[in-house]
Write a protein that binds this ligand. Sequence first.
Ligand code: NG1
Ligand code: ZN
Length: 534
Amino acid sequence: DNIYTAVAEASSGFAKPQGLIYGYGTAGFRLKANLLASVVFRVGLLAAVRSKKLNGQTIGVMITASHNPEEDNGVKLVDPQGEMLEGSWEAYATLLANAQTDTELVEALKKVVATTKTDMGIKANVIFAKDTRSSGPSLVAALQAGLTAMSSEYKDYEILTTPQLHYLVRCINTAGTPAEYGAPTELGYYEKLGKAFRTLMDGKTRPSAVFVDCANGVGAPKLRNLRRIVGEDILDVRIINDDIETPSKLNSQCGADFVKTNQKLPPGSHIAPQDRCASLDGDADRVVYYYLDQDSTFHLLDGDKIASLAAMFIQDLVKSAGLEEEIKVGVVQTAYANGASTVYLQKVLGVPVTCTPTGVKHLHHAAQRYDVGVYFEANGHGTVLFSPTSLSIIEAAKPQSPAQHTALQSLRALSDLINQTVGDALSDLLMVEAILAHKGWGPKEWDGAYTDLPNRLVRVVVKDRHAFTTTDAERRLVSPAGIQDRVDALVAKYKGGRAFVRASGTEDAVRVYAEAGTRSEADELACKVAGLLS
Ligand code: NG1
Ligand code: ZN
């Protein structure tokens, strides 16, 4: 009961704004930073309860708004193995966030504790970090106040990328067990990736420079650290858009979301045809590649291209290692995956493809059902998961030839190089660099696997986006009644056409995606479908 008194007292310093309704969505809570203090305080309370419920295992809290503008911020919870918060707890986060008064908050907290049958006597352990946003420090203060009210132990890791925090949570919770994931420090993260990358690059000459746009965010200092630990003798990274001192520059006219949405270079890029370029987002969990061809035409190598490259390479390694009967590679995509990538994966590579609703937690869970599950959103967020069984098969395999030996060694190194907890731009970047080095490919050869179907994504503001509900992994509308039939009728008029409508989970809008045989047809189809909505 002392705890509840402490919570009520502390909460009075972080009053909930009147009239706002918060929701824990696919990206946690995310909105204008000046509306978030009460939410972050309460996330501190929930993190402590979650840790107690899980016997004092360490829970992570990340303060970031990823690719969104500098005025925004957000907060999300990380579960013990470095995964996203378990789905059923999202409702508790929402419940706490929306309690209006201190008394209502204590009631809500008691309800969560009772519903989850949490033993409040257990000591809670929480770690947290933030991105480079100027609102970060004051939100951290709110978080600390919540944790202190709950008498939780905590550790502040200060500025990190989102995937680094996920890594640390897993390291801490697996320390001293056979599943130990790595040293629970930022340096340990770089050393793990660096060692794996060096193994993969054994005998390869240093690839040409890769130009990395860091969105003027946390990726810049962290990529610099990574470059130092990996070693510039095998990794030539040229960092651009690394100004984290000017807040307004974050994600502005640069970064993965800008490049993917606008399908063009960040202004101010000075690159030559065939240079490999990549853009990270504001918390470095997304990466997309791109290049200019001889005519200076821009070509995007998005999450679908990365997934295809990874699936192709891993499938080849599994074959070379003589393990193709035991280890099956699969790919998970969302409805936003380019149709040409799906055809390539299924027909050319012969790998199974699953389609899930948008949101990393859905992709992650589906990928866990494969021996090796490659998952990427088209926007560049993704990773590759090796199941515990396939890891032990790879570990135990006895090579019968030098080729098998090398393939097994590469598979082991890849499983260390690729962040197993969540999509990680730095880890994905090293993976792509290593694969291209193995194949001796430039961006053009990589791009040659398949040709993207022309596509168009539009954002439509509607009166009530919650009226738009879907089925079939978001590919068909259930409500409002009648719209799906009209979408179908439009799509039927375009050869190779495809379109769908869904409500955004992160913005107050509905998104329309369309593909067709030509650029102008894709634009026209998207525009006509959008016209059905208002
Ligand atoms: P919403 O706003 O639900 O479309 C966006 C991205 C997702 C995912 C989330 C979380 C698109 C079309 N949607 O979701 O892929 O990354 O943000 O950040 O890119
Ligand atoms: Zn992000």
